[in-house]
Design a protein around this ligand. Structure first.
Ligand SMILES: *Cc1c(COP(=O)(O)O)cnc(C)c1O
Length: 415
C-alpha cells in the first residue's frame, strides 16, 4: 500500500493529494495507482523468471480500460469470463493470444468470438461445454485450445478460505470426471488439449491449499501422461489474498517459490490468473461525509458512497479500512456506523469505527481496487462513480462519472 501514503497528515496517491482529486472530480471517486498495479504485476513476473509461464490478470477484479492497458503494456495475459471482458481486453491493447477464457456458462456466441480473436485457451468446466466447443470449432474448421478445469475437492475443514474448490461448488469437474473428459477430448477433432486448470477460491491467506490442490492436479497430469495424453501447461488459477485488515497473506514470491519447488523439473508452462492480489491495494474509494446523525446511542456518518458503489461489506460482510483523507485535529473521536444513502439496512461501508470526523470531511475506503467498481450498479438510480488513474503527479480520467442521461438513454417509456 506504499503508493497511498500520508504526507503532512494528508493522504496521497503517489504524488497527488487525494483532496485535490476530490475537488476536481467530485465524490464518490475511485482512485487507482499505476505504480501499485505495476509493482504487483512485476512481483509475479520476477518470481517466475527462468520458468516458462503466463500471468493472466483476472479481468473481473477490475476491468477498467486504463487498468487493463497498464497491464497490457507490461505484456500481461488476461483471464476472462465473458465475451464482454474479451472486448475490453482487445480495446485496451491486450494480446488475444495471451487470453484464457474461464467460466461455467460460456455461450456459443462467446465461443465463436473467442475463436475469432485467437485466444490462448478455453478452460472447460463440463462435458456438455466440451461438446459444444468441439462443434463450434469443427464448424469453423479449426481446433480449439482446451484445458479442463478440475475441482480438486480440497478439504475445507483445514482450509476454510476455499470456496470454489469443493465438490459442492458449481466449478470445475471432479478428478474422476476429469480423467474421463480428457480421454474423450483427446478423440475430438475440434479440440487441442493443451492444459489443465484449477482455481480453488479467492482471498486465500495461506499457501497450503494451493499446494494441496497442486499435489492432486500433478497426480492427474502424470496419470494422463502414462496414457499418452500430454499436457503442456498447468494453470493454478488466481485467489491469492491481500491484506484488508490483519490478514497476513503470502506474497506472490512466496507462493510461486513453493509452487516451483513442487513442480521441479517437469516441462510444464505455469499459468496464473491473479486478480485481487494485483489490484485490490492499488485503489481507494473517496467519499464525503454528507450527514451525521444519532439514533439513541448509535452514531451514523452518512457518506455519499453506497452499496451500489462498493458492495463487499454488504455481500461478504467484508471489513474495509476507512480513514480520513486529512487528519481532523479539532473533531472529537466517536464510534460511527458508516452508511450510504440507499434504502437498505445492508447499505453500510463500515460499522463501529472510531473516527475523528465532522460533517463534510473526506474519507478514503482503502483496498478498493478489486471487486468494487467492477461489481457496482445503478441501484436507486445512482450514477456510477468516476474512476481516475494516478501516474506519478498526473491524474488520468479513467471513466467519467455517469449522468442521469446516460442511465435513461437505454429505456423507453410507453407513450
Ligand atoms: C475470480 C477468478 C480469478 C481471480 O481470483 P482472485 O481471487 O481475484 O485472484 C481467477 N480465475 C478464475 C477462474 C476466477 O473465477
Amino acid at each position: 500500500m506504499e503508493n497511498f501514503t500520508f504526507k503532512n497528515n494528508q493522504l496521497f496517491a503517489e504524488a497527488v493529494a487525494l483532496t485535490r482529486i476530490a475537488e476536481e472530480f467530485g465524490t464518490p471517486c475511485f482512485v487507482y495507482s499505476r505504480a501499485a498495479l505495476e509493482q504487483q504485476y512485476r512481483a509475479y513476473e520476477e518470481a517466475l523468471a527462468g520458468c516458462s509461464h503466463l500471468v493472466c490478470y483476472a479481468v473481473k477484479a477490475n476491468s477498467n480500460l486504463a487498468v487493463l492497458s497498464v497491464l497490457a503494456k507490461l505484456g500481461s495475459g488476461f483471464d476472462i469470463v465473458s465475451g464482454g471482458e474479451l472486448a475490453r481486453v482487445i480495446a485496451a491493447g491486450g494480446d488475444p493470444a495471451r487470453v484464457i477464457f474461464s467460466g461455467v456458462g460460456k455461450t456459443i456466441e462467446e465461443m465463436h468470438a473467442a475463436l475469432d480473436a485467437g485466444i490462448h485457451c478455453f478452460n472447460v468446466e463440463s462435458p456438455l461445454e466440451l461438446e459444444q466447443l468441439n462443434d463450434v470449432a469443427m464448424q469453423r474448421n479449426v481446433r480449439a485450445p482446451v484445458s479442463i478445469r478440475v475441482n480438486p475437492d480440497v478439504d475445507a475443514k483445514t482450509h476454510p478460505y476455499i470456496s470454489t474448490g469443493l465438490k459442492e461448488n458449481k466449478f470445475g469437474v471432479s478428478m474422476e470426471d476429469a480423467r474421463l473428459l480428457y480421454r474423450q477430448a483427446s478423440t475430438m477433432a475440434g479440440l487441442e488439449l493443451i492444459g489443465l486448470d484449477c482455481h480453488i477460491g479467492s482471498q486465500l491467506t495461506s499457501i497450503e491449499p494451493f499446494l494441496a490442490a497442486l499435489e492432486r492436479t500433478l497426480l492427474l497430469i502424470d496419470e494422463l501422461a502414462a496414457e499418452g495424453i500430454s499436457i503442456r501447461h498447468l494453470d493454478i488459477g488466481g485467489g491469492l489474498g491481500v491484506q484488508y485488515r490483519d490478514e497476513t497473506p503470502p506474497a506472490p514470491q512466496e507462493l510461486i517459490h513453493a509452487v516451483r519447488q513442487v513442480l521441479g523439473e517437469r516441462p510444464l508452462t505455469l499459468v496464473l490468473e491473479p486478480g485481487r492480489s494485483i489490484c485490490a491495494n492499488a485503489g481507494v474509494l473517496l467519499t464525503h461525509v454528507n450527514n451525521i446523525k444519532t439514533n439513541g446511542e448509535h452514531r451514523f456518518a452518512i457518506v455519499d458512497a453506497a452499496m451500489n458503489d462498493i458492495i463487499r461489506p454488504a455481500l461478504y460482510q467484508a471489513w474495509m479500512d476507512v480513514v480520513p483523507v486529512k487528519v481532523n485535529e479539532t473533531a472529537a473521536v466517536h464510534t460511527y456506523d458508516l452508511v450510504g444513502p440507499i434504502c437498505e439496512t445492508g447499505d453500510f461501508i463500515g460499522r463501529q469505527r472510531e473516527l475523528a470526523i465532522d460533517n463534510g470531511d473526506l474519507l478514503a475506503v482503502r483496498s478498493a481496487g478489486a471487486y468494487c467498481f467492477a461489481m457496482s450498479s445503478n441501484y436507486n438510480t445512482r450514477n456510477r462513480a468516476v474512476e481516475v488513474l494516478v501516474d506519478g503527479d498526473q491524474v488520468h480520467l479513467a471513466r467519467r462519472r455517469e449522468t442521469y442521461e446516460d442511465q435513461l438513454a437505454l429505456e423507453n417509456p410507453l407513450d
